[in-house]
Design a protein around this ligand. Structure first.
Ligand code: CP
Length: 310
Protein backbone atom coordinates (compact mmCIF):
# COMPACT_ATOMS: atom_id res chain seq x y z
CA UNK A 1 0.00 0.00 0.00
CA UNK A 2 1.68 3.24 -1.13
CA UNK A 3 1.07 5.99 1.41
CA UNK A 4 4.16 8.13 0.79
CA UNK A 5 3.13 11.64 -0.25
CA UNK A 6 -0.57 10.92 0.20
CA UNK A 7 -2.95 13.63 1.49
CA UNK A 8 -5.49 12.82 4.22
CA UNK A 9 -8.30 15.30 3.61
CA UNK A 10 -11.55 13.37 3.99
CA UNK A 11 -12.44 10.01 5.49
CA UNK A 12 -14.19 9.37 2.15
CA UNK A 13 -10.75 9.22 0.52
CA UNK A 14 -9.90 6.10 2.55
CA UNK A 15 -11.08 2.57 1.84
CA UNK A 16 -11.81 0.12 4.64
CA UNK A 17 -8.45 -1.52 3.87
CA UNK A 18 -6.72 1.86 4.21
CA UNK A 19 -8.40 2.46 7.56
CA UNK A 20 -7.57 -1.00 8.91
CA UNK A 21 -3.97 -0.59 7.73
CA UNK A 22 -3.57 2.71 9.63
CA UNK A 23 -5.10 1.18 12.77
CA UNK A 24 -2.74 -1.80 12.58
CA UNK A 25 0.31 0.43 12.10
CA UNK A 26 -0.84 2.59 15.04
CA UNK A 27 -1.10 -0.50 17.23
CA UNK A 28 2.43 -1.59 16.29
CA UNK A 29 3.77 1.91 17.01
CA UNK A 30 2.01 1.98 20.38
CA UNK A 31 3.77 -1.30 21.24
CA UNK A 32 7.16 -0.03 19.98
CA UNK A 33 6.82 3.16 22.03
CA UNK A 34 6.69 1.12 25.23
CA UNK A 35 10.31 0.15 24.57
CA UNK A 36 11.48 3.77 24.20
CA UNK A 37 11.84 6.67 21.79
CA UNK A 38 11.69 6.07 18.05
CA UNK A 39 13.60 7.78 15.26
CA UNK A 40 11.66 6.94 12.10
CA UNK A 41 11.18 10.65 11.29
CA UNK A 42 14.63 11.92 12.23
CA UNK A 43 15.42 14.96 10.06
CA UNK A 44 11.78 15.45 8.99
CA UNK A 45 9.75 18.55 9.85
CA UNK A 46 6.01 18.79 10.51
CA UNK A 47 4.29 22.17 10.06
CA UNK A 48 1.08 22.68 12.06
CA UNK A 49 -1.12 25.47 10.67
CA UNK A 50 -3.99 26.08 13.08
CA UNK A 51 -6.32 28.85 11.98
CA UNK A 52 -8.80 27.72 14.69
CA UNK A 53 -8.32 26.84 18.38
CA UNK A 54 -7.25 23.32 19.31
CA UNK A 55 -5.78 21.51 22.29
CA UNK A 56 -5.87 17.80 21.48
CA UNK A 57 -5.39 17.72 17.72
CA UNK A 58 -2.47 20.14 17.56
CA UNK A 59 -0.67 18.86 20.63
CA UNK A 60 -1.14 15.19 19.77
CA UNK A 61 0.20 15.78 16.25
CA UNK A 62 3.17 17.57 17.76
CA UNK A 63 3.66 14.84 20.34
CA UNK A 64 3.38 12.20 17.60
CA UNK A 65 6.06 13.90 15.49
CA UNK A 66 8.41 14.26 18.47
CA UNK A 67 7.83 10.61 19.41
CA UNK A 68 8.79 9.64 15.84
CA UNK A 69 12.07 11.57 16.28
CA UNK A 70 11.08 14.47 14.02
CA UNK A 71 10.71 18.23 14.53
CA UNK A 72 7.75 20.62 14.52
CA UNK A 73 7.18 24.21 13.39
CA UNK A 74 3.89 26.06 13.09
CA UNK A 75 1.34 28.43 14.57
CA UNK A 76 -1.64 27.94 16.86
CA UNK A 77 -3.41 31.16 15.93
CA UNK A 78 -3.14 33.59 13.03
CA UNK A 79 -2.53 36.53 15.39
CA UNK A 80 1.22 36.64 14.82
CA UNK A 81 1.29 35.50 11.19
CA UNK A 82 1.17 37.35 7.88
CA UNK A 83 -2.43 36.15 7.45
CA UNK A 84 -3.15 39.24 9.56
CA UNK A 85 -1.60 41.35 6.77
CA UNK A 86 -3.94 39.77 4.22
CA UNK A 87 -1.85 36.83 2.98
CA UNK A 88 -4.01 34.18 1.29
CA UNK A 89 -4.33 30.56 2.39
CA UNK A 90 -2.71 29.44 -0.87
CA UNK A 91 0.33 31.68 -0.39
CA UNK A 92 0.62 30.61 3.26
CA UNK A 93 0.64 26.93 2.27
CA UNK A 94 3.09 27.51 -0.62
CA UNK A 95 5.39 29.27 1.81
CA UNK A 96 5.20 26.76 4.65
CA UNK A 97 5.86 23.80 2.37
CA UNK A 98 9.29 25.29 1.63
CA UNK A 99 10.11 24.75 5.31
CA UNK A 100 8.52 21.35 5.99
CA UNK A 101 7.94 17.77 4.86
CA UNK A 102 4.28 17.42 5.90
CA UNK A 103 1.56 19.95 6.73
CA UNK A 104 -1.31 19.56 9.20
CA UNK A 105 -4.00 22.22 8.81
CA UNK A 106 -7.12 23.25 10.74
CA UNK A 107 -9.26 25.99 9.23
CA UNK A 108 -12.81 27.32 9.76
CA UNK A 109 -13.61 27.16 6.02
CA UNK A 110 -15.03 23.91 4.63
CA UNK A 111 -12.76 22.75 1.82
CA UNK A 112 -9.69 24.62 3.11
CA UNK A 113 -7.69 21.41 3.59
CA UNK A 114 -8.62 20.21 0.08
CA UNK A 115 -7.41 23.53 -1.35
CA UNK A 116 -4.18 23.28 0.64
CA UNK A 117 -3.65 19.72 -0.61
CA UNK A 118 -4.17 20.81 -4.22
CA UNK A 119 -1.46 23.48 -4.05
CA UNK A 120 1.10 21.76 -1.81
CA UNK A 121 3.70 19.28 -3.05
CA UNK A 122 4.15 17.88 0.47
CA UNK A 123 1.38 15.75 2.03
CA UNK A 124 -1.43 17.69 3.71
CA UNK A 125 -3.45 16.26 6.62
CA UNK A 126 -6.82 17.78 7.51
CA UNK A 127 -7.11 18.55 11.23
CA UNK A 128 -10.68 19.84 10.80
CA UNK A 129 -12.27 22.13 8.20
CA UNK A 130 -15.35 23.99 9.41
CA UNK A 131 -18.32 21.66 9.95
CA UNK A 132 -17.10 19.35 7.21
CA UNK A 133 -14.55 16.69 8.15
CA UNK A 134 -12.13 15.65 10.90
CA UNK A 135 -10.69 12.43 9.46
CA UNK A 136 -7.83 11.94 11.91
CA UNK A 137 -10.27 12.20 14.83
CA UNK A 138 -12.31 9.46 13.16
CA UNK A 139 -9.30 7.20 12.84
CA UNK A 140 -8.46 7.61 16.51
CA UNK A 141 -12.14 7.04 17.40
CA UNK A 142 -12.15 3.77 15.45
CA UNK A 143 -8.83 2.78 17.03
CA UNK A 144 -10.27 3.44 20.50
CA UNK A 145 -13.40 1.37 19.80
CA UNK A 146 -11.34 -1.48 18.38
CA UNK A 147 -8.98 -1.50 21.37
CA UNK A 148 -11.93 -1.45 23.80
CA UNK A 149 -14.13 -4.08 22.12
CA UNK A 150 -11.66 -5.98 19.93
CA UNK A 151 -13.93 -5.25 16.95
CA UNK A 152 -16.16 -2.65 15.34
CA UNK A 153 -18.52 -4.99 13.46
CA UNK A 154 -21.66 -5.95 15.33
CA UNK A 155 -21.72 -2.91 17.64
CA UNK A 156 -24.67 -0.62 18.28
CA UNK A 157 -23.33 2.92 18.27
CA UNK A 158 -25.19 6.07 19.30
CA UNK A 159 -24.07 9.52 18.11
CA UNK A 160 -25.49 12.16 20.45
CA UNK A 161 -25.71 15.94 20.34
CA UNK A 162 -24.87 18.31 17.52
CA UNK A 163 -25.05 16.08 14.47
CA UNK A 164 -25.60 19.06 12.15
CA UNK A 165 -22.47 21.11 12.76
CA UNK A 166 -20.23 18.48 14.40
CA UNK A 167 -17.52 17.50 11.93
CA UNK A 168 -16.35 14.59 14.08
CA UNK A 169 -19.70 12.82 13.75
CA UNK A 170 -19.87 13.48 10.01
CA UNK A 171 -16.52 11.77 9.44
CA UNK A 172 -17.26 9.02 11.96
CA UNK A 173 -20.68 8.15 10.49
CA UNK A 174 -19.14 7.91 7.01
CA UNK A 175 -16.40 5.61 8.27
CA UNK A 176 -18.80 3.42 10.26
CA UNK A 177 -20.76 2.91 7.05
CA UNK A 178 -17.86 0.66 5.99
CA UNK A 179 -18.55 -1.67 8.94
CA UNK A 180 -21.46 -3.86 10.01
CA UNK A 181 -22.91 -1.61 12.72
CA UNK A 182 -26.28 -0.25 13.81
CA UNK A 183 -26.34 3.53 14.19
CA UNK A 184 -28.55 5.58 16.50
CA UNK A 185 -28.58 9.29 15.65
CA UNK A 186 -29.75 11.16 18.75
CA UNK A 187 -30.14 14.93 18.50
CA UNK A 188 -32.54 17.83 18.86
CA UNK A 189 -34.67 18.30 15.70
CA UNK A 190 -32.68 21.43 14.85
CA UNK A 191 -29.38 19.55 14.92
CA UNK A 192 -30.15 16.40 12.95
CA UNK A 193 -27.50 14.68 10.87
CA UNK A 194 -27.46 16.19 7.32
CA UNK A 195 -29.86 14.28 5.06
CA UNK A 196 -27.20 13.41 2.49
CA UNK A 197 -25.16 11.55 5.13
CA UNK A 198 -28.22 9.65 6.44
CA UNK A 199 -29.13 8.67 2.86
CA UNK A 200 -25.57 7.52 2.18
CA UNK A 201 -25.62 5.37 5.34
CA UNK A 202 -28.90 3.77 4.33
CA UNK A 203 -27.72 3.19 0.75
CA UNK A 204 -24.76 1.29 2.20
CA UNK A 205 -27.17 -0.95 4.12
CA UNK A 206 -26.57 0.52 7.59
CA UNK A 207 -29.54 0.32 9.94
CA UNK A 208 -30.12 3.91 11.09
CA UNK A 209 -32.51 5.05 13.81
CA UNK A 210 -33.04 8.78 14.31
CA UNK A 211 -34.50 10.02 17.61
CA UNK A 212 -34.54 12.99 19.96
CA UNK A 213 -34.82 10.79 23.07
CA UNK A 214 -31.63 9.38 24.53
CA UNK A 215 -33.52 7.53 27.28
CA UNK A 216 -35.38 5.42 24.70
CA UNK A 217 -32.27 4.02 23.07
CA UNK A 218 -29.55 4.04 25.74
CA UNK A 219 -30.30 0.44 26.89
CA UNK A 220 -29.47 -0.79 23.37
CA UNK A 221 -26.09 0.85 22.98
CA UNK A 222 -22.54 -0.50 23.12
CA UNK A 223 -20.99 2.92 22.44
CA UNK A 224 -22.44 6.36 23.17
CA UNK A 225 -20.46 9.02 21.28
CA UNK A 226 -21.32 12.38 22.82
CA UNK A 227 -20.65 15.72 21.13
CA UNK A 228 -20.66 19.36 22.19
CA UNK A 229 -23.21 21.74 20.70
CA UNK A 230 -20.96 23.68 18.30
CA UNK A 231 -21.92 27.19 19.40
CA UNK A 232 -19.30 28.83 17.17
CA UNK A 233 -20.89 27.38 14.01
CA UNK A 234 -24.42 28.72 14.57
CA UNK A 235 -25.24 31.63 12.25
CA UNK A 236 -27.71 32.90 14.87
CA UNK A 237 -27.17 32.94 18.69
CA UNK A 238 -30.96 32.65 19.21
CA UNK A 239 -30.89 29.25 17.49
CA UNK A 240 -28.06 28.13 19.76
CA UNK A 241 -29.99 29.17 22.87
CA UNK A 242 -32.91 26.92 21.77
CA UNK A 243 -30.73 23.80 21.91
CA UNK A 244 -28.16 24.68 24.57
CA UNK A 245 -28.06 22.02 27.30
CA UNK A 246 -30.31 19.61 25.36
CA UNK A 247 -28.59 16.55 26.83
CA UNK A 248 -26.44 15.71 29.80
CA UNK A 249 -24.98 12.25 30.32
CA UNK A 250 -24.68 11.65 34.07
CA UNK A 251 -24.70 8.62 36.37
CA UNK A 252 -28.51 8.67 36.59
CA UNK A 253 -28.84 8.52 32.79
CA UNK A 254 -26.31 5.67 32.70
CA UNK A 255 -28.32 3.55 35.16
CA UNK A 256 -30.31 2.28 32.18
CA UNK A 257 -27.25 1.46 30.07
CA UNK A 258 -25.52 -1.88 29.55
CA UNK A 259 -22.72 -2.58 32.05
CA UNK A 260 -20.37 -2.69 29.09
CA UNK A 261 -21.48 0.62 27.50
CA UNK A 262 -18.56 2.90 26.68
CA UNK A 263 -19.03 6.67 26.57
CA UNK A 264 -16.83 8.54 24.11
CA UNK A 265 -16.42 12.25 23.31
CA UNK A 266 -13.96 13.95 20.96
CA UNK A 267 -13.65 16.75 23.59
CA UNK A 268 -13.67 19.55 24.54
CA UNK A 269 -16.85 19.09 26.57
CA UNK A 270 -18.90 21.86 28.08
CA UNK A 271 -21.73 20.32 30.13
CA UNK A 272 -22.87 17.35 28.03
CA UNK A 273 -21.00 14.76 30.17
CA UNK A 274 -21.07 15.36 33.92
CA UNK A 275 -17.58 14.99 35.50
CA UNK A 276 -19.05 12.34 37.85
CA UNK A 277 -18.97 9.96 34.84
CA UNK A 278 -15.18 10.31 34.52
CA UNK A 279 -14.38 7.65 37.12
CA UNK A 280 -17.12 5.25 36.02
CA UNK A 281 -16.51 2.05 34.06
CA UNK A 282 -18.28 3.70 31.13
CA UNK A 283 -15.84 6.57 30.56
CA UNK A 284 -13.58 6.00 27.55
CA UNK A 285 -12.94 9.60 26.53
CA UNK A 286 -9.52 10.09 28.10
CA UNK A 287 -8.30 6.78 26.67
CA UNK A 288 -9.68 8.17 23.38
CA UNK A 289 -7.47 11.25 23.84
CA UNK A 290 -4.43 8.98 24.29
CA UNK A 291 -5.21 7.19 21.01
CA UNK A 292 -4.49 10.42 19.15
CA UNK A 293 -0.75 9.91 19.52
CA UNK A 294 -0.24 6.42 18.02
CA UNK A 295 -2.81 7.06 15.28
CA UNK A 296 -1.24 10.37 14.28
CA UNK A 297 2.24 8.79 14.48
CA UNK A 298 1.00 6.23 11.98
CA UNK A 299 -0.42 8.89 9.66
CA UNK A 300 2.71 11.05 9.80
CA UNK A 301 5.04 8.11 9.34
CA UNK A 302 3.05 6.69 6.45
CA UNK A 303 2.59 9.95 4.55
CA UNK A 304 6.28 10.77 5.06
CA UNK A 305 7.17 7.28 3.81
CA UNK A 306 9.47 6.55 6.75
CA UNK A 307 7.86 3.43 8.20
CA UNK A 308 9.17 0.83 5.76
CA UNK A 309 9.65 -2.46 7.48
CA UNK A 310 7.44 -1.75 10.45
N1 CP B 1 -11.13 16.61 19.38
C1 CP B 1 -10.61 17.77 18.97
O1 CP B 1 -10.57 18.08 17.76
O2 CP B 1 -10.13 18.56 19.99
P1 CP B 1 -9.38 19.94 19.80
O3 CP B 1 -10.39 20.91 19.21
O4 CP B 1 -8.91 20.35 21.16
O5 CP B 1 -8.26 19.73 18.82
Amino acid sequence: MNWKGRDVVSIRDLSKNDIEFVLNVAERLEEELKKGSLDYARGKILATLFFEPSTRTRLSFESAMHRLGGSVIGFSSVANTSVRKGESLVDTVRTVEQYSDVIVIRHPMEGAARLAAEVAEVPVINAGDGSNQHPTQTLLDLYTIKRAFGRIDGLKIGLLGDLKYGRTVHSLAEALALYDVELYLISPELLRMPGHIVEELQERGIEVKETTKLEEVIPELDVLYVTRIQRERFPDEEEYLKVRGSYQVNLKVLENAKESLKVMHPLPRVDEIHPEVDKSKHALYFRQVFSGVPVRMALLGLTLGVLEGI
